[in-house]
Design a protein around this ligand. Structure first.
Ligand code: B1M
Length: 232
């Protein structure tokens, strides 16, 4: 029997349990995360506190280690999957208790491109940070983005591309927003392995995000600036 098997989550006090959940999230242990969430709910924690203190707290550590090259894609996908398990329990409760939402993002991989692992990671991390995410999936023509922007009214439009042949399509989408006079209505964030900051600037995006952790930080930064401008 491993050391992990000896830990009985319900016997830990709140602080120890949250620390253990950080470890379990890091290790991608979905069932343990679900159990931890349920225990905290039984202990009358607010769903929003469980989300921010236990899940997002843990995912922040995962995000930082991913950015620093300590964790790799398979581990992050497992952690994200464990996080999704906890989120799934909290989602309906959060809607009920009206937890403040950080913002909303529509995201999709551009036309001609079927790579979605990175985009999915970004979506999960954004959800974990409190954003509502509408994921358009892969191979999206400009029409899909336009329709989603109109129906979903997000703060952010996110686009992903993994091929040098598909990344120019991001400019097609941004140019269309400009033509329609709606470019300034949205924060446009782009990402994907072949992109860089220079490309992001050249196509008229607000920012290029090199990874999911940067995407979350950049999104938070832009949304809070937008809200400050609106309230000024
Ligand atoms: Co393809 N593929 N692939 N592939 N594939 C690459 C991209 C490639 C670099 C491999 C290579 O040759 N070395 C190469 C592109 C070369 C180029 O364009 N110069 C390539 C090729 C050529 C192809 C095909 C054309 C192969 C063929 O059929 N001959 C074909 C194209 C299909 C198509 O899209 N039309 C193809 C197909 C596939 C698979 C289907 C087999 C599979 C995709 C499975 C899937 O996604 N469901 C696949 C894979 C897995 C890869 C590699 C190996 C891995 C990509 C990945 O998932 N990385 C890739 C090689 C590589 O990138 N080193 C490769 C992990 C992921 C977490 O990272 O996607 O970069 P990434 O996402 C990061 C950041 O970029 C950022 O955050 C993420 C998380 O930190 N980010 C965003 C991404 N999107 C963002 C959006 C944002 C913000 C941040 O918005 C706000």
């Amino acid at each position: 029997m491993s050391e992990e098997d000896d830990i009985i989550l319900s016997e830990l006090d709140d602080e120890e349990l949250v620390q253990q959940m950080f470890d379990d999230l890091y290790d991608g242990l979905k069932e343990e995360i679900e159990e931890g969430v349920n225990i905290l709910l039984e202990r009358k924690w607010m769903p929003y506190d469980i989300l921010t203190k236990a899940l997002v707290g843990g995912m922040t550590i995962v995000g930082a280690d991913f950015r620093d090259g300590i964790l790799f894609v398979p581990e992050v996908l497992l952690a994200a999957n464990a996080m999704k398990g906890g989120m799934f329990i909290l989602k309906p409760l959060l809607a009920e208790t009206g937890a403040p939402r950080v913002g909303k993002m529509v995201i999709g991989t551009v036309k001609g491109d079927i790579h979605d692992i990175g985009k999915n990671l970004v979506s999960m991390m954004m959800e974990g940070a409190g954003f509502e995410v509408v994921d358009l999936g892969i191979n999206n023509p400009v029409e899909n983005y336009l329709e989603a922007l109109e129906t979903e009214a997000p703060d952010i439009l996110g686009m992903s591309a993994l091929l040098t042949t598909t990344m120019p399509y991001m400019k097609v989408v941004i140019d269309t927003l400009v033509e329609q006079g709606i470019r300034e209505d949205y924060i446009v964030l782009v990402g994907g392995a072949p992109l860089n900051e220079e490309f992001g600037k050249a196509i008229g995006a607000d920012a290029y995000c090199r990874d999911a952790a940067v995407a979350v930080e950049t999104a938070k930064d832009f949304v809070s600036r937008k809200h400050n401008q609106l309230s000024a």
